[in-house]
Design a protein around this ligand. Sequence first.
Ligand code: FAD
Length: 281
Amino acid sequence: MAQGRGAGRKFSFEFYPPKTAEGAAKLQQTVKQLGQLGPDFFSVTFGAGGSTREGTLATVLRIREAGYAGAPHLSCVASTRAGLAEVIQEYRAHGIRHIVALRGDLPSGLAAAGEFRYASELVAFIRELTGDWFHIEVAAYPEYHPQARKAQQDLAAFKAKVDAGANAAITQYFYNPDAYFHFVDQAQAMGIQVPIVPGIMPINNFTQLARFSDACGAEIPRWMRLKLEGYGDDVASIKAFGLDVVTQLCDRLLEGGAPGLHVYTMNQAGPTSTLWQRLGL
Ligand code: FAD
């Protein structure tokens, strides 16, 4: 990604670990297709309490075998220090040097919150255990985390993760670029200097998007929601409108100086490939 408007920026694509052999085979194809777009890395999510521990690592290793850089996520909710230390050392033993450190969310039915309350404690723990071995990414929330009582407290929590040793941040997805630029301005005013890469969610299915957005506190602006609802089962129109909106969003972010883009691919190659063509990346 060295030339044109992508120069000097970081691009990454996120996957979740596939649950079936069929899903794993499909993901291999997706990695190949998206690999042609020249991302800096692919990241792979981690289920709370270690539920995808093996799948996350196996997926990262397959990405590496295909010739690309892979960064596993690690979440600390419902986990012990000893268990987390094991995973961190396992990543290190495999020569993995890039990690996305998160708190995670407690799955319903799981009562124990674990030994760490916040992602900042996990970042500090990774540094304590492995020094500078890992490039650590953390999450950031331009529209604020749904559990944050005050915007200022959420910003302070973000700063705590950076102060604990995070090298960069990836945001929750959003459709209002002003929220992102405002967040970056505030972070910089607090002395935060790490790159804050916007997370991008392509739009393919309105029901699924609405469910996700309600859960994670990402706002779908009213004009978009009404338009998408109005399409009903007309999937082609939802995709075409979604592509226009997300292309314009990415254009504005890149023009406004965003240091890259991180796409939540949902393990699909098509939407990201089309978006890349439209963006001329
Ligand atoms: P934190 O930074 O710990 O923040 C959580 C909440 O606690 C916030 O409301 C914050 O304001 C508050 N807080 C933090 N520190 C303090 C403090 N000292 N005092 C008071 N309040 C505090 N989830 C997964 O399970 N697996 C994944 O792989 C995964 N990948 C993700 C990738 C990205 C890029 C993003 C944006 C999210 C991802 N998530 C993942 C979801 C994430 O785990 C949830 O959003 C979770 O609710 C918060 O995680 P966090 O790391 O931001 O937590």
